[in-house]
Write a protein that binds this ligand. Structure first.
Ligand code: SF4
Ligand code: SF4
Ligand code: F3S
Length: 359
């Protein structure tokens, strides 16, 4: 463990107001009560930096690109910087033997305490030979690193559910992290790639409460995946009026009508794109004129990918999804409110406080 977060925040010139605003926004995104922002800020400012080991396996580097390029120099970026990233072969300066040595040292020094992040699926075909690092298969490395992990974050749809490498006919025998590891807490943050704010939100939750957030039945944080794209889509009024674009350049498309008939998978896709958006809140796929591909759901590529419309009837989608979300939302609120109580209690024992931040 490294020094308290608060020291790094002060060093980076983060003002108290900026930090509180970030925590209030995050608390609101996670459906916490209004008072939770300050409790989160106090707990997070006093937290100590957890060691993080990040293993990229059978992946396209899109997840890494998404997380590392999208938010600097915002506070989300700083929170991400404030973990102790002890191994990430794409980002670290060390290579070859030195890099492997760094991973082993981090695992040994922080055994039982480090967070393990994985992006990419794990190929099992040909005894794992399709993807090896330093002469060892991904499956061997994952099992070894999972041994001493306090918790695992499967980042992106490949690590969460197998993703595109697992698409039919799955030539490498790709599987997800949770297919292989059964004895550790695992949170899935799917998306191809995942939304950076969701990733930093999960990290912030871990720093605040010392645990992973409440998850849905597919292992995703309910706070960010509790609703479908369709539930919060700004084109929803057109769907409800039966106004659908038929091609990408017809009058309906130009008027912003619903993209359901052009293959939008929003009605069956759980993710936060419609509310959090991408690139600092600039836009998201549906706002840019393209239907949702369903990239945060298992087997999304085999389910139709581009331009294949959902075959389910429209009316049940309108009625069914809303009822499901009401139930999920209630669970999130209760679960997270309990975590806030835990976080407040924990922070009251710390000697450093928010007031130590630069005014
Ligand atoms: Fe690439 Fe998508 Fe897999 Fe991430 S989830 S590694 S972006 S294919
Ligand atoms: Fe939006 Fe797609 Fe739902 Fe239409 S089908 S309202 S474009 S999410
Ligand atoms: Fe993926 Fe659909 Fe969002 S394609 S990025 S879940 S709008």
């Amino acid at each position: 463990m490294q020094g308290p977060l608060i020291e790094s925040l002060v060093r980076q010139g983060v003002s108290r107001r900026t930090f509180l605003k970030y925590c209030a926004t995050l608390a609101s995104m996670m459906a916490l009560p209004p008072t939770a922002g300050r409790a989160m800020a106090a707990a997070m400012a006093a937290s100590r930096r957890p060691s993080v080991i990040w293993l990229p396996f059978q992946e396209c580097t899109g997840c890494t690109e998404s997380i590392t390029r999208s938010h600097s120099p915002t506070i989300e970026g700083m929170i991400f910087d404030l973990i102790s990233l002890d191994y990430q072969e794409t980002l670290m300066a060390a290579a070859g033997f030195q890099a492997e040595q760094a991973r082993h040292s981090a695992m040994k020094d922080n055994f039982g305490k480090y967070l393990l992040i994985v992006d990419g699926s794990i190929p099992l075909g040909q005894n794992g030979a399709y993807s090896c690092i330093g002469g060892r298969s991904n499956v061997d490395i994952l099992k070894e690193a999972a041994e001493g992990a306090a918790a695992i974050i499967a980042m992106g749809t490949c690590a969460s559910y197998g993703g595109i490498p697992k698409a039919n006919p799955n030539p490498t025998g790709a599987v997800s992290v949770s297919d292989l590891i059964k004895n550790k807490p695992i949170v899935n943050i799917p998306g191809c790639p995942p939304i950076p704010v969701v990733m930093t939100g999960v990290l912030a939750h871990y720093l605040t409460f010392g645990s992973l957030p409440d998850l849905d039945d597919k292992g995703r944080p309910k706070a960010f995946f509790g609703e479908t794209i369709h539930d919060r889509c700004y084109r929803r009024p057109f769907y409800d009026q039966g106004k659908f674009a038929k091609t990408f350049d017809d009058e309906g498309a130009r008027n912003g009508w619903c993209l359901f008939e052009l293959g939008c998978k929003g009605p069956v896709t759980h993710n936060a794109c419609a509310t959090v958006k991408w690139n600092g809140g600039t836009s998201w796929p549906v706002e840019s004129g393209h239907g949702c591909l369903g990239c945060s759901e298992p087997d999304f590529w085999d389910a139709g990918g581009f331009y294949k419309a959902l075959s389910v009837p429209a009316d049940p989608l309108r009625n069914g999804a809303a009822a499901a979300v009401v139930g999920a939302g209630t669970g999130v609120a209760v679960g997270i409110a309990n975590r806030v109580k835990q976080g407040s209690a924990r922070s009251s024992h710390e000697t450093t406080t928010l007031d130590d931040l630069e005014k």
